[in-house]
Design a protein around this ligand. Sequence first.
Ligand code: SAM
Length: 238
Amino acid sequence: MNRFFVEDIGPDRATITGEDLKHLSAVLRLKKGDKVMLSDGKGSECQGEIERVEPGRAQVKTGPWRPCISEPHHKLTLFQCLPKAGKMEVILQKCTELGINALVPTLSARCVVQPGKDFDKKLQRYRKVAREAAMQSHRGWIPEVLPLVELKKADLSIFDTVYVAYEGEKETSLKAAMGERPGRRIALFVGPEGGFEPDEVQSLVEKDARPVSLGPRILRTETAGMAMVAQILFELGE
Ligand code: SAM
């Protein structure tokens, strides 16, 4: 069944507008009486029936709202150090499909790309990518794309566990580190193309982060986050 995110939700009706309306009417050619799945983008979903399609909006009669079954119980936040052009969108798209809860673009010493004045525009673009990927992968939650942080200033106090994918870590694998159950709120750090400076890893360790190896092969920065998210949710049975 086709799925849409809706912001305009009443007690027993919801309204689809904007790009989603175009998709609903022009591409899918849905009409009165067709069934759709709706999600509020915050973890709840319901089945609905289209009552009316008119210029500018479609009105849907909604059934009971319930927690979205495709959402992982564990909440993963990916701190991704800025990669070279275009890669952040791929990382965000794939990690949304895999199940992240949020992405934090992160500036570290070896980032080749600097954020620049137009970074707010990039954030808007990333939020659109997250929404589209969440819709395509039948998520009930649109991952948040948070403002840029500098690695050493990241506030990690809300997380139960923080894993840093560190190419210099030779002893502790992610699987071994997960032997101690990680809790529900998990942060992941992935370095840029040039990797982490040792003192950056040390600054995260001082905030209780665990450096982990992702194996004997060095993954590209755009592969590392996806591999980590997939492995963590697999190990947690999600
Ligand atoms: N320039 C670094 C080097 O030559 O060792 C490699 C950096 S790697 C391309 C980019 C990021 O991906 C790393 O900083 C790390 O976060 C993650 N990464 C890639 N492979 C990894 C591995 N085998 N173990 C842990 N982290 C890895």
